[in-house]
Design a protein around this ligand. Structure first.
Ligand SMILES: Cc1cc2nc3c(=O)[nH]c(=O)nc-3n(C[C@H](O)[C@H](O)[C@H](O)COP(=O)(O)O)c2cc1C
Length: 213
C-alpha cells in the first residue's frame, strides 16, 4: 500500500520564481493579489482555510471559510461554544493555512483571534440563506448527539419557533477574526527549490525575509 504513496511525486513548474524585491512590502497587499488570482482560478472553495488552534498543548486543525478580510485581519464565522471557539477563548494564538493545489501555492498566517462586533456578526448572519440560519440555531456544534434524527428534530422545532418571524442570530454564533503577526507565502518550484517569503510584524513594521525551502 505504501509503495503507491512514496512513489507519488509531482514537480512544481507553474509559476515564475518569486523575487522578494518586487513583492509589496505589505503582506495584506500580497495576500489580496494571490487571493484575487485564486478566486479566478481555483474551482471550488478558494476561501477554504485550515484553522489551527491549541488545546492545552495539543494542536487541533479543521477547515473553515474566510468570509471577510480587511486591514484588521481574517474573519470566519462559527459557533462560539464550539471546540475551536473554546480553544481560542483560552489561548488566542492560532494559525490559518490556505492551500491552492492547482496554483501550487500555500499561505500560512499566524496571530491572535478576537471576537468581531455583534453588529458585524448580525450583518453577515442576515445575509445567509434561511436554512443555514436555522441550522446555526439547531446545531450544538462540537457536542455529542445521539443521531442525525436529533438534529433534524431540532431543526423542526426552530422552524416552529420562528414561524412567520425573521430568523435572527443566536448569541452563541458569530465571527472571529485572526489578527496576523506573521505571514508565509510559499510557491512551488522545480526540484523542490520552492520559494518561501515571510513577513514578520516587528515594532509595527512588516519585515520581509526569504526562508530556505
Ligand atoms: C469546506 C469546509 C468549510 C467549512 N466551513 C466552516 C465554517 O466556515 N465555519 C465552521 O464553524 N465550520 C466549518 N466547517 C466545519 C469545520 O471543519 C468543523 O467540522 C466544525 O467547525 C467543528 O469544528 P470544532 O469542533 O473543532 O469547533 C467547514 C468544513 C469544510 C470541509
Amino acid at each position: 500500500m505504501t509503495d503507491n504513496i512514496f512513489n507519488q511525486r509531482v514537480d512544481y513548474t507553474k509559476n515564475d520564481y518569486l523575487d522578494e524585491n518586487k513583492l509589496p512590502s505589505d503582506p495584506f497587499e500580497l495576500f489580496r493579489g494571490w487571493y484575487e488570482f485564486a478566486l479566478k482560478n481555483v474551482e471550488k472553495d478558494p476561501n477554504a482555510m485550515i484553522l489551527s488552534t491549541v488545546n492545552n498543548n495539543q494542536p487541533r486543525a479543521r477547515v473553515v471559510l474566510l468570509k471577510k478580510l480587511d486591514e484588521r485581519g481574517f474573519t470566519y464565522f462559527t459557533n462560539y461554544n464550539s471546540s475551536k471557539s473554546q480553544e481560542t477563548n483560552k489561548n488566542e494564538n492560532a494559525s490559518i493555512t490556505f492551500y491552492w493545489r492547482d496554483l501550487e501555492r500555500q499561505i500560512r498566517i499566524e496571530g491572535k483571534v478576537e471576537k468581531i462586533s455583534d453588529q458585524e456578526s448580525d450583518e453577515y448572519f442576515m445575509s445567509r440563506p434561511v436554512g443555514s440560519r436555522i441550522g446555526a440555531w439547531a446545531s450544538p456544534q462540537s457536542k455529542e448527539i445521539k443521531s442525525r434524527k436529533e438534529i433534524e428534530q431540532a431543526v423542526e422545532q426552530i422552524k416552529k419557533k420562528f414561524q412567520n418571524k425573521e430568523v435572527t442570530r443566536p448569541k452563541n454564533w458569530g465571527g472571529l477574526r485572526l489578527v496576523p503577526k506573521y505571514f508565509e507565502f510559499w510557491q512551488g518550484a522545480s526540484s523542490r527549490l520552492h520559494d518561501r517569503i515571510i513577513f514578520e510584524l516587528i515594532e509595527e513594521e512588516w519585515i520581509k525575509k526569504r526562508l530556505a525551502p
